[in-house]
Design a protein around this ligand. Structure first.
Ligand SMILES: [Zn+2]
Length: 647
């Protein structure tokens, strides 16, 4: 279900003004801090010199930085539509006209209604390299039909909190807090929190302290990984994690230089922030001890600033009144939380069809909170009226999912609904996302690029690392490597540390990114954010700035001649998909218990291309399902007239 909520509100500009100021000032501060942390600037520096902040000028040519020998220089995506000089960096980011779809979805729809067969489907351009209906996918598919991710059991609720002799209390187990730790009091103002073994249980933590005012509290986390040695957890003088105020940034008149924590990292001044770093941290053999003197009774302590499902609800409620935003309420999770896709820009049908659409989603791994702040920064940046944000809204449509797995986030689970797309896989959240995007595309809208945000925990990587990308497609692979050189250069110019090379694999056939790659020909790029980077930690304001830089750089890329070949391919694929969709008209069956939206999406290709898919392992499954449930859709061998290559 999609609820549109587009209002024009006079109050929106007054809401945006402080945000604009914050972004401007923090960006200036950021530049100063980072410069300072590397080499002290000569002469007086006023970090609040306000309005010369131009995060990225989309008309300015970005020259990809020189690439070291260890990392191959990415080439331009495809040269077919580029002029001979397109490999020169000076012309590489020349804006070009967007690839607009000549397809009129309404006309096709009405044609389909009056005449089922609107024409013989032609061969689609499936990305080369892998047949998603083939063996490699089949091996990854669970044998049973219905897949429900397990909810991690609470080990022992009585062990989730403890009090010291004076009534000071440490509490775990609430939403987003780990539910399988053991909390004990080891003396006055001293606690131990024992973590179970395994990655699933140690990705994130969040606790509450009660009656902490004026007390120096020592908390030792035990059985924790060595990568936490550079962690400086954060605290807030509130336990209300749904209140927007507890996550605002108000940079002060004067900001202190970063200080070096005893365990190594530089800590930025958080005087204008609601979340502050615990400086006094020591790590030794699986034990991380945090000592801090707290100045209020009720305290939240977290591994990194928590972006909770409750906060998301407050945030999306605040967005509903703003201009240029649509909150699509697409469904409800099994535990009753809203599933939402937030749209910024794409104000009318024409721009939705003609302008590139960027999808950014975070929290596929539900306990990786950093990405949600980056996503929020991208939204806020596009909502700024007086900067490049307004300009970008004219160039693209932004779709964002700040928390992909809200139930997993509340359970503080790492990997729950990640592998949710594939033959015969039914996960309620993934079905809802699939239906939303199918419906989105059925309206003639587009998705051109997908960004999938994660975070590492602390010492593994700097602020933004290039995870993975569609390596099996040469065209997409080169394009995403090139895009990363642009993003990396901008991030570095703002002082964020971002390595040039990627570390990741590409074995993500059941993830949402693969749906976009294989079904809709949209490339994807996966990033790992890290607000607890070993060199220097980041505030939530700085994470938001990363979102602004990311969306600004990508918007420029999506209008570049380098992206054009991919855009053409994706447009053709979307048109072909829509033709088939209207031909088979399978949406009548989307609610069918046996045949989920993913299988419907596959079926329009498999059943229309029997010769192409007959040799694939999944073909009999689709054929038999069609035969049993939808005899009218059984593949007709003579349907296709174009000649095909053998698989
Ligand atoms: Zn992850």
């Amino acid at each position: 279900m999609t609820r549109k909520n587009k209002k024009s509100s006079r109050s929106s500009s007054s809401q945006l003004a402080p945000l604009l100021g914050t972004l401007l000032v923090v960006a200036a501060v950021l530049l100063w801090w980072f410069d300072d942390s590397i080499s002290p600037p000569s002469g007086p520096v006023n970090p609040y010199q306000p309005v010369n902040y131009q995060p990225v000028n989309p008309y300015q040519v970005v020259t990809p930085p020189a690439t070291p020998a260890v990392s191959p220089q990415p080439e331009m995506a495809v040269s077919s539509t580029s002029s001979p000089d397109s490999s020169s960096s000076n012309s590489s980011m020349t804006p070009v006209e967007p690839v607009s779809s000549p397809l009129n979805a309404d006309a096709l729809q009405s044609a389909a209604q009056t005449k089922r067969q609107i024409g013989t489907p032609t061969e689609a351009e499936l990305p080369a390299g892998i047949d998603p209906t083939g063996t490699s996918l089949a091996m990854a598919v669970p044998s049973s039909g219905a897949v429900r991710p397990a909810i991690r059991p609470v080990v022992d609720p009585t062990k989730l909190q403890a009090s010291d002799p004076d009534g000071l209390k440490l509490i775990a187990g609430f939403d987003c807090s780990p539910k399988n730790v053991v909390v004990t009091s080891t003396g006055p103002a001293q606690f131990e929190v024992r973590f179970p073994s395994g990655r699933d249980n140690t990705g994130f933590f969040l606790f509450r302290l009660e009656h902490a005012n004026g007390k120096e509290v020592s908390i030792t986390l035990t059985n924790v990984p060595e990568k936490w040695k550079t962690l400086n957890p954060v605290y807030c003088h509130s336990i209300d994690l749904s209140d927007l105020k507890n996550f605002e940034s108000h940079p002060p008149e004067k900001t202190a230089k970063p200080v070096k924590a005893p365990n190594g990292p530089l800590l930025p001044d958080t005087a204008g922030e609601q979340w502050h770093f615990i400086e006094n941290v020591t790590y030794e053999k699986g034990r991380l001890t945090l000592i801090h003197n707290y100045e209020s009774d009720a305290i939240s302590i977290a591994m990194r600033p928590p972006f909770t499902p409750e906060y998301l609800t407050s945030y999306t409620d605040s967005l509903r009144g703003r201009e240029h935003v649509i909150v699509h309420d697409i469904g409800i999770t099994p535990e009753g939380r809203p599933l939402q896709v937030i749209q910024v820009g794409g104000e009318d049908e024409k721009s939705l069809r003609e302008k590139p659409c960027l999808l950014i989603y975070a929290r596929e791994h539900a306990d990786e909170h950093d990405g949600s702040w980056v996503v929020q920064g991208a939204i806020e940046y596009l909502l700024l009226e007086e900067t490049a944000g307004a300009r970008i809204r004219n160039f693209l449509t932004l779709l964002v999912i700040p928390i992909y797995d809200p139930d997993g986030a509340a359970q503080s689970t790492y990997h729950r609904i990640v592998d949710g797309f594939g033959p015969n896989i039914r996960i309620p959240e993934c079905d809802q996302y699939m239906k939303f995007f199918m419906n989105w595309l059925n309206q003639g809208n587009r998705v051109d690029l997908v960004v999938d945000l994660h975070n590492v925990e602390s010492s593994e990587a700097p602020h933004l690392s290039f995870g993975s990308y569609p390596k099996r497609s040469e065209t997409m692979s080169k394009a995403m490597q090139y895009l990363h050189t642009l993003i990396q250069a901008q991030m570095e110019s703002f002082g964020f540390k971002s390595p040039k090379s990627s570390w990741g694999g590409d074995n993500y056939f059941l993830r949402m990114t693969s749906i976009f790659q294989y079904q809709f020909s949209a490339p994807w790029i996966l990033y790992e954010v890290n607000s607890q980077a070993p060199q220097r930690h980041l505030t939530t304001a700085e994470l938001r700035i990363m979102g602004a830089i990311m969306v600004e750089t990508i918007s420029k890329y999506l209008r570049s001649r380098e992206f054009r070949p991919l855009s053409i391919t994706a447009t053709k694929k979307r048109e072909e998909r829509l033709r088939r969709w209207l031909y088979w008209n399978p949406e009548l069956h989307l609610e069918n218990e046996f045949f989920g939206p993913y299988d419907m999406e596959r079926a329009i290709w498999v059943s229309g291309d029997p010769e192409k898919h007959r040799t694939s392992k999944r073909y009999p499954l689709y054929r038999d399902l069609l035969k049993t449930k939808f005899p009218q859709f059984v593949p007709k061998e003579s349907l296709s007239t174009t000649s095909r290559k053998k698989d």
